[in-house]
Ligand binder design. Structure first.
Ligand code: FAD
Ligand code: SIN
Length: 525
């Protein structure tokens, strides 16, 4: 058994920021980060557009950023949280810069500010079109300098340890004592006892298959928290990014940043018409839910598989300098942005809901905190404003850190049993996992996509039950492995998305059900 003061599950922006801050403050306390892949593999690493922060007091203001966030969230944001996050942005960005993160500057030597959908001003701080890569690099660099941080790579958190594992029934409140963690190299399951545990395990994109997220985004943290009986909310609000590069063979996964539309790119249908003007006065820079739904509507009307992003009218040298990664990636697909339109299609991108936390990042389970994409703070409401995610993770990591500077470490005196896998054997048929994964992704894509209906959601429950039964049987009889645990987690996440979708009786932001009352301004009327 390992013992640590802070167990951090995940090494993206949320987990690393908290780890660095707490380790800097308390040199005598231990911080253990477990992460299931290489240390930098995360949604964070692929972030393109940047971090939304109000820096230009002349044109921009906190109030404008607050208003944009509230409008994008379609009336479901927590206004107190929105104000708190946005007003803290400049300080948190400065801290990141102090840790060595580099952001692009303009001719006047000031930070260059980009624009994305739903933003009324230029306020997105960026590093070319690989902002997340740079943020991840800087945070890891700082984490490596701190001797009280241990990073265990290829360590997969299987389950949170609560009273349930100690065989204590009916406790007054549920407490987290750490986690069972699979060392993926040795196959050994470690018991990590922790005074405090932070879930910073990121998003759920892979549940859809058709996603901008890397394969690590399997919703493990949300599923673990759900099994530990933490409150989970707003799972119906899956954000679909409007412009993933369309690839008929491989599916769509590479993102064409919204900042490209902020730079002047136009969306066109196959006939060449700038269709966004039909749907919203802000055209290509309407908020993401509106642009994705509009594309979906165009595709349903035409029967086409994709629309196009046209950048041929833009200054190509400036384009290459702002978006070198996107430019190069398109070339590998034989798309020359100077001459060719980029084929694009919406893809699952971001989880707006998740594990409910208060402003200190506390979940409803004692000693369990959550931060970043797996958490539901109330900032995003029904649809996240672009580039508010990295910002949220930075601010909440700080809030959780502050909470710990003001509160003593809890004293935990429990004996935790080792992981029990008696009666299980090594699964022989990996094909069962692959088959059920494909089934799950297909049902989420076909029945729980941008436009939902009660009958499709109910069908999804029936299909999911079949997948669940097969995988549950496998889980109970097998020695655990990462693929099996991830699939089990994705099934939990799908269950939450489907059931919380059925509970929502009105369409808001990124949630659209044809059986709910449709107002006359709806894109689909
Ligand atoms: P992540 O960065 O995803 O980190 C999660 C970590 O948890 C990973 O290290 C993972 O390996 C680990 N993990 C997960 N499960 C387990 C487990 N069971 N055991 C151990 N470890 C585990 N947001 C913006 O604000 N601006 C942008 O420009 C932007 N662009 C984006 C572009 C793309 C292509 C994508 C996919 C997202 C983008 N986002 C952007 C969203 C943003 O990147 C993410 O929401 C944010 O980085 C999430 O950070 P995180 O720390 O919560 O999670
Ligand atoms: C993008 O660059 O389009 C992604 C921004 C985000 O998800 O916030």
């Amino acid at each position: 058994m390992m013992d640590t003061n802070y167990l951090v599950i995940g090494s993206g922006v949320a987990g690393l920021t908290f780890a660095v801050k707490i380790a800097e403050q308390f040199a005598d306390r231990t911080v253990t980060i477990v992460t299931k892949a290489n240390e930098d593999e995360s949604n964070t690493k692929y972030a393109q557009g940047g971090v939304a922060v109000v820096l230009d007091g002349k044109e921009d203001s906190f109030q404008k950023h607050i208003d944009d966030t509230l409008l994008a969230g379609d009336g479901l944001c927590d206004e107190e949280v929105v104000s708190l996050v946005i007003k803290e942005g400049p300080q948190r960005l400065k801290e990141l810069i102090d840790w060595g993160a580099n952001f692009d500057s303009n001719d006047q030597g000031k930070l260059d500010l980009g624009k994305e959908g739903g933003h009324s001003e230029y306020r997105v701080v960026h590093h070319k079109d690989i902002t997340g890569y740079e943020v991840e690099r800087a945070l890891l660099h700082r984490a490596h300098q701190l001797p009280n941080i241990t990073i265990l790579t290829h360590h997969f958190a299987i389950d949170l340890i609560t009273e349930h594992h100690l065989q204590l029934t009916n406790p007054d409140s549920i407490t987290c004592f750490g986690a069972y963690v699979l060392d993926q190299n040795s196959g050994h399951i470690k018991t990590i006892k922790a005074d405090n545990t932070l879930l910073a395990s990121g998003g759920i994109g892979y549940v859809y298959g058709h996603t901008t997220n890397p394969v690590i985004a399997t919703g493990d943290g949300v599923a673990m928290a759900y099994r530990a009986k933490a409150k989970i909310r707003d799972m119906e609000f899956i954000q679909f990014h409007p412009t993933a590069l369309y690839d008929a063979e491989e599916g769509s996964s590479f993102l064409i940043s919204e900042a490209v539309r902020g730079f002047g790119g136009y969306l066109r249908n196959k006939e060449g018409r700038r269709f966004m003007l039909d749907y919203d006065d802000r055209a290509e820079l309407a908020s993401r839910d509106i642009v994705s739904q509009s594309i979906d509507c165009e595709l349903k009307k035409s029967g086409n598989t994709h629309v196009f992003l046209d950048c041929t009218h833009l200054d190509i040298e400036k384009f290459k300098s702002h978006f070198p990664n996107i430019y190069q990636k398109c070339l590998t697909y034989h798309i020359d942005i100077e001459k060719d339109w980029i084929p694009v299609v919406p893809a699952s991108h971001y989880l707006c809901g998740g594990i409910v936390v208060d402003t200190h990042g506390r979940t409803s389970v004692k000693n369990l905190f959550a931060c970043g994409e797996c958490s539901r703070t109330g900032l995003h409401g029904a649809n996240r404003l672009a580039s508010n995610s990295l910002l949220e993770a930075l601010v909440y990591a700080h809030n959780i850190y502050t909470y710990h500077t003001e509160h003593q470490l809890p004293s935990i005196q429990v004996t935790i049993p080792e992981w029990n896998d008696k009666g299980t054997s090594i699964p022989k048929e990996h094909i069962l996992i692959q088959h059920n994964l494909k089934q799950l992704q297909a049902l989420m894509r076909d029945y729980v996509g941008i436009v939902r209906s009660n009958s499709r959601l109910n069908k999804a429950i029936e299909h999911l039950n079949l997948v669940y039964n097969e995988v549950d049987e496998l889980y109970r009889t097998s020695k655990v492995n990462t693929a099996l645990c991830e699939l089990r987690n994705m099934i939990n996440v799908a269950h939450l998305i489907i059931h919380q979708s059925l509970e929502r009786k009105e369409n808001r932001g990124g949630y659209y059900n044809i059986d709910n009352q449709v107002d006359t301004t709806s894109i689909y009327t």
